[in-house]
Structures are given as structure tokens and as C-alpha cells.
Design a protein around this ligand. Structure first.
Ligand SMILES: Nc1ncnc2c1ncn2[C@@H]1O[C@H](COP(=O)(O)OP(=O)(O)OP(=O)(O)O)[C@@H](O)[C@H]1O
Ligand SMILES: O=P(O)(O)OC[C@H]1O[C@H](OP(=O)(O)OP(=O)(O)O)[C@H](O)[C@@H]1O
Ligand SMILES: [Mg+2]
Length: 326
């Protein structure tokens, strides 16, 4: 029988994702709290019972999600795709988070001027094999992603040299000919005189909110995740929309609804009572066009507000998760 365990959330405790992940939860009104201080890897969320927080490295978070030891986590998609064989069965990527962007790329020495594509690389590899009886060495920690990508390009004459740090230095130090690694600004590749192949972007990765399909989703975990996803969705809705209010007596109900739909705006409280201002919400990028249209329709005062949270009854994040969990 399934036991009713708390919701376990795995959060990056170090590295590139840590600060952004903590800020992301804070924006959603979820304050991560580490009672035992920075050395303790377990914590909680203030004011939210039924939740346990684990502070782990981005890669360890993937392990915990894949096994179902954690229910929810923040980590890089690159690590999920690399570490979890049947990723689509084991986890659900609920939403990319707008930080932690990094591309997994195939990079070769800039000195290889004639090598621009994976097909060119295949020629180099075959040539090395034929002339020297040696396989081209690829330094990487993305072993599974590399195998899959190279196979998809029909490239077989290579061998992987596992590298767990300073991968970009491998060609210069002579431990490999080329590398597969993540890059964000390209500075590290440039500093090591490497270039990305034209068709060498294997994956465009972002930090993701990830749910574990194999975790034990009892009533306590489900209730807690609903609260958390509701706050996250409310923060996102508030950030990406604006609330616009205006008195527009010239517009009847239908005219107002038509005007709203032209700007993907909604009337969350319905059409206004006679003599009362209308309240609309619209995507941030449409706000000035909507203001212009309301002014043209006779409004002499239009207020625009940024909400802190916009709670809605429907929550696509929670619905997606619960549909998959059944
Ligand atoms: N420029 C970047 N370099 C590395 N990772 C990045 C970068 N930008 C975003 N990330 C994301 O952050 C994840 C974790 O990277 P991070 O560097 O924090 O950990 P790590 O490399 O596994 O360990 P370490 O803390 O020892 O460097 C990456 O897998 C990737 O998803
Ligand atoms: O394209 P850039 O902006 O230069 O970033 C890419 C570099 O950043 C990461 O290393 P990190 O600093 O995390 O060190 P690590 O190798 O110890 O993980 C990654 O492994 C690359 O080396
Ligand atoms: Mg790193």
C-alpha cells in the first residue's frame, strides 16, 4: 500500500542554477528555508507543511527524480537527457524556467578550416581511421547524448574520452581531437580556439521544473504540489500580463468584448456594470496597443497595473501533471 509521504522537492545547492532557482521560488512566494544552515542538505518551505526540500547538485537532482526519491526538482534539461535513458517515461518537464540556458555542442579546433559540418567531421574521422588506424577521440561528459547524435549523423569512427572538467582543454593538451560540451556565451570555446560545427548544436537546454513519474504521489504530496504549482502559475501570469482599467461608456458589452479579443485581452470580472470602469487583462506586449484603442473609444483615463500574482481557477501546470499521474 502506498504511504502518504511528504512532497520532496530537489533544489540546486550550488553552481549556476542555485541563485536563480531560489529567486524563482521566492517570486512565487515560496521561501526555501534551511534550518540546519548551509551545511544541511535538507530544508523546508516556510509556511507550507507537507514539503521537504533537498539541496543537491544539478546532476544529483536528476538521479533523485529518475528514481522517484524526489517528486519535483529544478535542473538542466541537458542533464536529464544525458542521465535518464527513458526520460520521457521517468519524468515530465513541466516548464522551462527562463534561466540556465546552455547549448550542448560539437566543437572542433578552429584550425580545421575545411571542417564545418558533421558530414565534414565524418570524413575526418574516416580518414584518421584509414590512414592511422586510430579512432577520433571526443572528450565529453555527455556520453549518451554524443552517441545518439553521432549515430543519427552516421558517424561511427570515433571513441569517447570521458572528461569531467575543463573539457575544452582536451584538444590543446592532446587527450582528444574534438569536444562535446555545453556553452552559453561561447567564451570558453573561443579561449580554447574551438568552433561549433554549423549543424553541431545537439540540444538547446534550459533549467526546467521537472516532475518525477516514479515518485510516490499520495494525497499529501498531491495537495502540496497543487499549492506550489498554483503559486508558480500565478506569479508567471502576473509577470506576463498587465491589468488595464478604463471607463468607456461608449462601448457596449459586445463592442468591449470585440475590442478585448483584438488584443488577446480578457475581462476577468466580466463586462462592467453601467457607469463602472472595465477591467481587462492583456499580454504585456499588447498593453500600449490596447491603451490606444481604449483611448480612441473615448476613455480619458486608462490605468495600467502590474499585479504581483494573478490566480486563475485553471492551472495548466497542475493539470498536465495530474493528467499524467492519473
Ligand atoms: N554556462 C554554463 N555552463 C555550465 N552549465 C550551465 C551553464 N549555463 C547553464 N548551465 C546549466 O547548469 C547545469 C549545472 O551546471 P553547473 O556548472 O552548475 O554544475 P556542474 O558543472 O555539474 O558542477 P560544477 O558546480 O562542479 O561546475 C548545467 O548542466 C546546465 O544545465
Ligand atoms: O560558453 P561559456 O559561457 O564560456 O560557458 C561554458 C563553460 O561553462 C561550464 O563550465 P563551468 O564554469 O560550469 O565549469 P565546470 O567545467 O567545472 O563545470 C561549461 O562546462 C563550459 O566549460
Ligand atoms: Mg559547471
Amino acid at each position: 500500500m502506498a504511504t502518504d509521504t511528504p512532497l520532496v522537492i530537489a533544489v540546486p545547492s550550488k553552481g549556476r542554477l542555485q541563485e536563480n532557482a531560489a529567486a524563482f521560488f521566492a517570486r512565487a512566494g515560496l521561501e526555501l528555508h534551511r534550518p540546519g544552515g548551509a551545511r544541511d542538505y535538507r530544508g523546508a518551505i516556510r509556511g507550507l507543511p507537507g514539503v521537504e526540500v533537498l539541496f543537491l547538485s544539478a546532476s544529483e537532482i536528476v538521479t533523485q527524480l529518475a528514481s522517484g526519491a524526489a517528486h519535483l526538482g529544478i535542473t538542466g534539461e541537458d542533464l536529464v537527457r544525458e542521465q535518464v535513458l527513458d526520460a520521457d517515461a521517468a519524468v515530465e518537464m513541466l516548464t522551462p524556467l527562463g534561466f540556465g540556458n546552455a547549448n550542448v555542442v560539437v566543437a572542433v579546433p578552429q584550425a580545421w578550416i575545411d571542417v564545418r559540418t558533421m558530414a565534414d567531421l565524418d570524413d575526418v574521422a574516416s580518414d584518421m581511421r584509414a590512414r592511422h588506424g586510430e579512432r577520433m577521440r571526443v572528450a565529453t561528459k555527455y556520453i549518451n547524448l554524443t552517441r545518439g547524435f553521432f549515430a543519427a549523423h552516421g558517424l561511427a569512427d570515433y571513441r569517447i574520452v570521458e572528461s569531467l572538467g575543463a573539457t575544452e582543454g582536451a584538444p590543446a593538451s592532446g587527450s582528444a581531437e574534438i569536444v562535446v560540451d555545453i556553452t552559453t556565451t561561447g567564451a570558453t570555446l573561443a579561449a580554447n580556439a574551438l568552433k561549433i560545427l554549423d549543424d553541431g548544436v545537439m540540444l538547446r537546454s534550459w533549467a526546467n521544473l521537472v516532475a518525477a513519474m516514479r515518485a510516490d504521489w499520495g494525497p499529501t504530496a498531491r495537495a502540496a504540489v497543487r499549492t506550489i504549482l498554483t503559486r508558480i502559475a500565478a506569479e508567471e501570469a502576473a509577470r506576463t500580463t498587465r491589468e488595464v482599467s478604463a471607463l468607456v461608456p461608449a462601448l457596449d458589452r459586445e463592442a468591449l468584448e470585440n475590442l478585448a479579443s483584438r488584443f488577446s485581452a480578457r475581462l476577468p470580472f466580466g463586462p462592467p456594470a453601467a457607469g463602472a470602469p472595465a477591467t481587462l487583462t492583456c499580454p504585456t506586449g499588447q498593453v500600449f496597443a490596447l491603451v490606444d484603442a481604449l483611448s480612441a473609444a473615448g476613455a480619458d483615463h486608462v490605468g495600467v497595473r502590474k499585479l504581483e500574482y494573478a490566480f486563475r481557477r485553471e492551472n495548466t501546470l497542475a493539470e498536465r501533471l495530474f493528467r499524467r499521474l492519473g
